[in-house]
Design a protein around this ligand. Sequence first.
Ligand code: FE
Ligand code: FE
Ligand code: MG
Length: 164
Amino acid sequence: MGTKGISIVNMDVDKVIGLLNKAFADEWLAYYQYWLGSRVVAGPMKEAVITELTEHAQDELRHAEMVANRIIQLGGEPLITPQKWFDETNCGYDAPSDYFVEKILEQNIKGEQCAITVYNDILTEVSNKDHVTYNLALQILEDEVEHEEDLQSLLEDIEVMLKK
Ligand code: FE
Ligand code: FE
Ligand code: MG
């Protein structure tokens, strides 16, 4: 924990840690939802969907690491038990219990749209107050915007194929 690094945060540091821990819970749940989805998914264009879901799972895990590092840098503690993920999550967890590609993609699109809102709100909250967290949230937001677009394009292609 760097004292000068913390002292330049021009807002309640515990509030920043709280926002980051909620996002941290979201990232783990998103990781698991993608990871499991990539195992069970079935239906047309399955291979392309598996590739995308697997990549996104790795991105969400990397986001969890980035967020955890910032929490620790601010003198906080990343949520110490998986049970806490459900107490703190903004976006929740959508179990991939229906394996069909369209259903899995729709669930993950909903998750990405929630993640976009979460990071956009964090950016508004810390803007001009915590530049380091701002930069982190912006990097992650860029990934989430890309994720949403990837999944929506894939879903469109599948729907064309199914002539919907
Ligand atoms: Fe993420
Ligand atoms: Fe994402
Ligand atoms: Mg992608």
